[in-house]
Each structure stands twice: as C-alpha cells, then as structure tokens.
Write a protein that binds this ligand. Structure first.
Ligand code: CP
Ligand code: NVA
Length: 334
C-alpha cells in the first residue's frame, strides 16, 4: 500500500511506521534535488502556517520559514512574548483559534503533552519542532545525512550517542534507529541513560527491525565500530543553568574527541544537531570557560572542524526534511 500522510500530525517518530519514515526520507531527497537544481516546487501555494516557539531556535525556525516559502506558503511566527498562549489563553483554546486560521501549526516548547494537546484540538496538522522529550524533525535530517554518507541501506551500521543520553535528541535517535534497523548505542553516565519505559518500547520495535540497542558508560565500548559518533549539548534548553557544574563533571569523559575515532569504523563521521559549544565564541561558552576552565565542551574543536564532521550538511538537511514533512502532511490525498 502506498504511503499517505495527508492530514497527519508529526509529533514523535513512535507514531510512524518504518515505511512512512522511509517515505519522508525519499521525499526529502527529491525536494533537496529540486532545490539544488532550481526547480520550483510551490505545491502548497496559498496555504498558511504558523510557527509557535516557546524556546529559541535558528535551524528549526529558518527551516520552517524557508521550506514554507519554497512551497508557496505564507508563514506567521509567534513567540511567547507576542502571543497570549500560556499566560492568558490555554493551549486548547489557542489550538482551536489557530486551527480556524492556519493549515498547519509548528510548536517548539516544553512538555510533549503540550504539542499532543495542540494536535488534539487544532483540527489541522501539528509539527513538533522540539519538546523536552523528543525532536523528531531533527531525526529525518540526521538519517538523510547518514544515507548521503553511507547509502540507503543503513542496517548493521552503529550510531553512538555520547553524553546526555536522556535528552530529546538522544531519545529520538534511539527511536528512529529502532524503527529503521540501525544499531544504537547510548554512551554516557548511568544517571543520564534514556528513561526505562522508552527503552522498553524501543526494544520491542528493535526486535522486529533487527536493530541492536546498547547502553554503556564505557567510552571505548561505545565508540567501537561506530559509523556515527553523535553528541549534543550537556544542558538542554529549559534546564536550569545551575546544572552546568554537575553536568560538566558527569559528562567530561564523554566529550567527543579524535581518540574515539581510533576505535570507530574507518569511515566514521561526526554528527551534532547544533548549536554546539566547541569553542569560546559564544557568551555561554566564554562564561563556562571562565568558571570551569574548559574551552570546549561536548566535542573538541578539532573534531567539530575536522574532516569527519558532517554538522553543516545535517543543518542544511533540516530545511529539506522539514519541507518534506510539511508537504507530505498538507498535500491533498492521492
Ligand atoms: N538543531 C536545532 O533544532 O537547532 P535550533 O535550536 O537552532 O532550531
Ligand atoms: N537537546 C538540545 C537540542 C537543541 C536542538 C536542547 O533541547 O536544547
């Protein structure tokens, strides 16, 4: 049966079959080809979408804006300072109002429950642009980047996430790897391993797709034979700044460095969702350096800037893949 995602929301990858995820990946590749060839693809001319951001963003916001414009849509951006959401109006009421005006709604914010509620009441597709628990649009970009590197068949490849393996990106990587039969390793301190319930769900999926899920505090074991070494910041948006001291202490052994690649697969690449603290060129990076003396955090600057790094391909792919998610869910059913 052919895949049809028209009218669906995109809230978390657990809601999608492997075939549906593969479909989004193929569509992303095709839309990327069109963009690079300069072929117009204004398939959603005249539609209107709204982007709700309760947290800051560069890539996700710009991907929805540029992707939306390339598809011929009008895009409205709302942040907490310029809308009533939360303070004067519930998420349920906001959803029902926006659903009357817009054809699709993007949400970035806090609990996953909020984006699920939006989708329940909006009556139009809702896309998750990052919550505390998940970051599903990031995953389509990441797997597209892996496909571009290693080919379409990723079975048997190992992706290792180093560091805060309990955050939204790590959770989502575990889900997408389980769904697509890619081996996933969470390598980090025991305190920051993915939550047990989610692990159990992913183990069940993995048993069907052939993915192997492993969890280890041992860096050499984690890096061994990995095709991808992936990391993310050690304190995520919404977490208190006071956590930095404890996290630095916990995560320091998991800083991605050149040595890890000595035991990884020979063709291994480095990936990161970005933004990254790989140098002191940010205000937070500089403050952390002053307080803790570390000039680079979750990844060394050598790796970030080195030949294995694919971080800017990944960032570009956010746009092509978010465009695919919007097109697939907003187009008329075939
Ligand atoms: N990777 C990512 O979601 O980046 P932004 O926070 O800039 O959107
Ligand atoms: N884990 C990070 C991802 C940013 C794209 C955060 O939530 O801040």
């Amino acid at each position: 049966m052919s895949v049809n995602l028209s009218g669906r929301s995109f809230l978390k990858l657990l809601d999608f079959t492997p075939e549906e995820i593969e479909y989004l990946l193929d569509l992303s590749a095709e839309l990327k080809r069109k963009k690079h060839a300069g072929e117009p693809h204004r398939y959603l001319e005249g539609k209107n979408i709204v982007l709700l951001f309760e947290k800051t963003s560069t890539r996700t916001r710009c991907s929805f804006e540029v992707g939306g414009h390339d598809l011929g849509m009008n895009v409205t951006y709302l942040d907490p300072g310029s809308s009533q959401m939360g303070k004067k109006e519930s998420i349920e009421d906001t959803a029902r109002v926006l659903g009357r005006m817009f054809d699709g709604i993007e949400y970035r914010g806090f609990a996953q429950e909020r984006v699920e509620t939006l989708a329940k009441y909006a009556g139009v597709p809702v896309w998750n642009g990052l919550t505390t628990e998940f970051h599903p649009t990031q995953m389509i970009a990441d797997i597209l980047t892996m496909r571009e590197e290693f080919g379409r068949d990723l079975h048997g490849r190992k992706l290792t996430f180093m560091g805060d393996a309990r955050n939204n990106v790590a959770n989502s990587l575990m889900v997408v790897c389980a769904k697509l039969g890619i081996d996933f390793c969470a390598c980090g301190p025991k305190e920051n391993m993915p939550e047990e319930g989610l692990v159990a769900t992913c183990e069940k999926i993995a048993a069907e797709t052939g993915a192997h899920l492993t969890f280890t505090p041992d860096v050499a074991e984690g890096a061994k034979d990995a095709s991808v070494i992936y990391t993310d910041i050690w304190v995520s948006m919404g977490e208190p700044d006071e956590l930095w001291g404890k996290r630095i202490e916990l995560m320091r052994p998991y800083q991605v460095n050149e040595k890890m690649f000595e035991v990884a697969a020979p063709d291994a690449i480095f990936m990161h969702c970005l933004p990254s603290f790989h140098d002191r060129k940010t205000t937070i990076g500089e403050k952390i350096f002053e307080k803790y003396g570390l000039p680079e955090l979750e990844v060394t600057n050598d790796v970030f800037e080195g030949p294995r790094s694919r971080v800017f391909d990944e960032a570009e792919n956010r746009m092509h893949t978010i465009k695919a998610v919007m097109y697939a869910t907003l187009k008329d059913p075939e």
